[in-house]
Design a protein around this ligand. Structure first.
Ligand code: IPD
Ligand code: CA
Ligand code: CA
Length: 273
C-alpha cells in the first residue's frame, strides 16, 4: 500500500469534486431518456461544467501549469513545460444513454513526457492512478498487468470507428483476425477505462485508432507503471499524439502487435483506411 503523492492528491481532489456534479447530472440524464427532446444538449452542458470544475481546482492547486482540454482546448501556463491533459467525460455516448461506464481522465505532461495519470470511474468509485516510478494503483491497491501469455486466453478491448472517423476497413480486418484467435473482444465505450483495465489485468490488451490525447494520456501512465507496454500499433512510441494505440501485458504485446499489423497489411490497407 502506498501513500498518494501530493500531485496525485491534487488530481484526486479535483476529480472527486467534479464527479459529485457529474453523478447528479447522470441521474438527470436517466430521467431525460424518455423525454422527446432527449438528453443531448444537457450532456454537452454536463461535459463543460465538469471540465470547468476540473480546470478551476487544478489551476488553484498548481497555478503555473497550462492545460489541454477536450472542450476548452489549449491554455498556455506560466510554466511552459508543464500542463494538464483532461477529458471531463470519457464515455460520453454511454453517459448520454444512461449506461454507467464513463470516467474523468487527468494527466500531467512535463517536458513533453507523461509523468502522472488518473482515471476516475465515479459509478463504482474506482480511482486508477499512477505517477512515474511510483507504481500504479486502484484506490490503495497496487496494480499489475495480467500474467496471461497464451493468446487463446486473452480478453481484449477495442473501440469501433463510427460516423466519419477513419479506419473502418482496417478495423474490420483486425477484428476478423483477433476474434478467431483470442478469448474475446469488448467494446465498452471508454478508452480511458480500457487502458485502466489493462493496467488492472482485467484485459490482456487494448487497441484503437484515431483517438485524441485526452482519451489516452491518463491511461498510458497507469499501464506503464503497472508493467504493461504501450505504443502505436506500428510500434512507434508517439501514441499520445499519433493515429493509433496498442497497450498490452509484456508477454502478449509483441504477438498482438504483429497480428494486428499483418491483418491490415494482408488486406493491402493502412491503419487509417
Ligand atoms: C470516446 C471514448 C471511446 C472511443 C471514442 C472516444 P468521448 O471519448 O474514449 O471509447 O472509442 O473514439 O472519442 O467522446 O466519450 O470523450
Ligand atoms: Ca474521450
Ligand atoms: Ca469526452
Amino acid at each position: 500500500m502506498s501513500m498518494p503523492t501530493p500531485l496525485i492528491n491534487v488530481m484526486n481532489n479535483a476529480a472527486r469534486k467534479a464527479s459529485r456534479l457529474l453523478m447528479r447530472d447522470f441521474g438527470e440524464v436517466e430521467q431525460l431518456q424518455v423525454s422527446r427532446k432527449g438528453p443531448g444538449d444537457f450532456v454537452s452542458e454536463a461535459d463543460k461544467r465538469t471540465e470547468e470544475i476540473l480546470h478551476e481546482e487544478l489551476h488553484k492547486a498548481r497555478p503555473g501549469f497550462g492545460f489541454l482540454m477536450e472542450e476548452g482546448g489549449t491554455i498556455e501556463g506560466e510554466n511552459a513545460n508543464e500542463r494538464w491533459i483532461i477529458d471531463p467525460i470519457d464515455g460520453t455516448t454511454n453517459f448520454l444513454h444512461g449506461i454507467p461506464h464513463f470516467a474523468i481522465s487527468i494527466a500531467v505532461e512535463r517536458d513533453k513526457e507523461l509523468i502522472a495519470g488518473m482515471v476516475y470511474e465515479p459509478v463504482r468509485d474506482e480511482v486508477f492512478w499512477a505517477e512515474r516510478n511510483e507504481g500504479a494503483y486502484l484506490n490503495r491497491q497496487r496494480l499489475r498487468v495480467s500474467g496471461r501469455s497464451d493468446m487463446r486466453d486473452a480478453l481484449l478491448a477495442t473501440g469501433i470507428p463510427f460516423g466519419n472517423r477513419p479506419g473502418k476497413k482496417a478495423f474490420s480486418a483486425m477484428l476478423n483476425v483477433v476474434m478467431n484467435r483470442t478469448a474475446g473482444v469488448r467494446r465498452q465505450g471508454s478508452a480511458a477505462l480500457d487502458l485502466a483495465y489493462v493496467a488492472a489485468g482485467r484485459y490482456e490488451g487494448f487497441w484503437e485508432t484515431a483517438l485524441s490525447p485526452w482519451d489516452v494520456a491518463g491511461g498510458i501512465v497507469i499501464v506503464r507503471e503497472a508493467g504493461g507496454l504501450v505504443s502505436q500499433i506500428d510500434g512507434r512510441d508517439n501514441m499520445l499524439y499519433g493515429e493509433s494505440i496498442l497497450a498490452a501485458n509484456q508477454q502478449l504485446y509483441d504477438p498482438l502487435r504483429k497480428m494486428l499489423m499483418e491483418a491490415v497489411r494482408n488486406e493491402g490497407l493502412k491503419l487509417t483506411d
